[in-house]
Design a protein around this ligand. Structure first.
Ligand code: NI
Length: 424
């Protein structure tokens, strides 16, 4: 199926008449197990790239499905390939599986049983929705012209899990069983958010989420008695000046419409009131929505910090730990996803986001290699205001479980439509 054909949005008539009725019925039949698996994952969250219990839960949920499984060695990642009965390209769907190192205070009866560990970003819902999409699409294997690769990914929360899976050959898919070429032509990921109403999804073409880097600046002076600063090189006022100057740098040196954020979150110096310390440490985060600005901010931080320190005869050592790249949606894929979402969820339920969000996501590594899009899935608990709901990463965040029905339908519909199957 040619790209232009497969990416045609559903026609207005199709949307009005709810062509996806059969799909919705199928999703409805899967909701009980979707919720059950999600709750089980929620009870036993795991952190990082090694998630043995989670992997076991996913594998047991996938048992009996006609999938070719690849268990990754460097992480707990699982690549599960569903091959349709007809030849065609491969579409990839991603669900991340890891939790966060934080206590849970939701009071839910399926709250985390692991101290200091919580599924506060909803990755438990992603994993469970992806399992159900695998079940749904397996039932429709006979009508699939192509393949669906389900990417169950660990280590999204800062551990570069997607990068490790790519390095282990995630995208090097073999030819189809009948010998036909079947390259991965598109990749989609969903992310639940408690800040968007249940039943609504949002995304945009171009940058969707920011890059995320960590900056650390050590200012080295000369310690001494607090009463005689002229005989020392006091790093504290210099550290303060650098913090201020970095904010000025952002507003004066960075293009207004290609923004960046530098937030200093940590400033450490000194031990007591009568001692000037030898050094001061500044740390914080750097966000940008283009690689160009990201690089410019890195250079500018170095220049500002080093030269301010130099002006006071001190030394600033700047270290920048590079994190996730900018998450850039392929514009046609994002449009396609919004069209598919509207045909599944109804008119007006797929929102074109006006701007990116400054959080970061390691699906960015995938989108740097394969055209596709990440889509936010509304999961505000029913009856709660999205503007005041506890946000993702809060110890009190609660996601509306019925939103998972929309997610399962959307994952499945994105795969079906990418392979050129009309929704029914
Ligand atoms: Ni997340």
């Amino acid at each position: 199926m040619a790209k232009s054909e497969s990416k045609k949005p559903a026609s207005a008539a199709q949307e009005k008449h709810g062509v996806a009725t059969a799909l919705k019925d199928q999703v409805g039949g899967l909701m009980e197990t979707t919720v059950a698996l999600r709750r089980e994952l929620h009870r036993w969250p795991e952190i990082g790239n090694t998630l043995p219990k989670t992997r076991e839960q996913v594998l047991s949920a996938l048992e009996g499905l006609p999938l070719d499984l690849t268990l990754h060695q460097t992480t707990s990642g699982i690549a599960a390939m569903l091959t349709g009965d007809k030849p065609g390209p491969t579409v990839m769907l991603r669900g991340d599986m890891d939790a966060l190192p934080m206590p849970e205070d939701t009071g839910l009866d399926f709250a985390s049983k692991t101290d200091g560990c919580m599924h506060a970003c909803g990755h438990d819902t992603h994993t469970s929705m992806l399992v159900s999409a695998a079940k749904l699409l397996s039932e429709r294997r006979g009508e699939l012209p192509g393949r669906v690769l389900f990417m169950f990914q660990p280590g999204e929360e800062g551990h570069h899990g997607a990068k490790f899976m790519l390095e282990e050959g995630l995208l090097d898919v073999a030819k189809g069983k009948n010998g036909s070429d079947s390259p991965i032509t598109a990749a989609y990921a969903l992310h639940i958010t408690s800040s968007l109403p249940n039943g609504v999804v949002g995304t945009r073409g171009g940058p969707l989420m920011a890059s995320s880097d960590v900056v650390s600046i050590k200012i080295t002076g000369k310690g001494g008695h607090a009463s005689e600063p002229f005989r020392t090189l006091d790093p504290i006022p210099v550290a303060c000046e650098i913090v201020q100057a970095l904010q000025m740098m952002i507003t004066r040196r960075i293009e207004t419409f290609d923004p960046a954020v530098v937030t200093i979150t940590k400033l450490v110096a000194g031990t007591t009131t009568n001692v000037i310390p030898e050094s001061a440490l500044i740390e914080g985060t750097i966000r940008a929505v283009s690689e160009k600005t990201r690089n410019k901010v890195h250079d500018s931080i170095r220049r500002v910090a080093e030269r301010i320190a130099e002006a006071y005869e001190m030394q600033a050592t700047v270290e920048i730990k590079v994190g996730y790249p900018v998450t850039v949606n392929d514009a046609p894929s994002a449009e396609f996803a919004l069209g598919v979402a509207e045909s599944v969820l109804g008119e007006g339920k797929a929102i074109q986001m006006p701007s990116p969000v400054m959080g970061a996501e390691d699906f960015s590594y995938v989108l740097n290699k394969i055209p596709g899009a990440m889509v936010f899935l509304g999961g505000t608990p029913n009856g709660v205001n999205p503007a005041t709901a506890a946000p993702n990463h809060s110890n009190r965040v609660i996601f509306e479980e019925s939103a998972m029905a929309h997610g399962v339908a959307l994952y499945s519909a994105l795969a079906l439509r990418t392979l050129g199957v009309t929704l029914n």
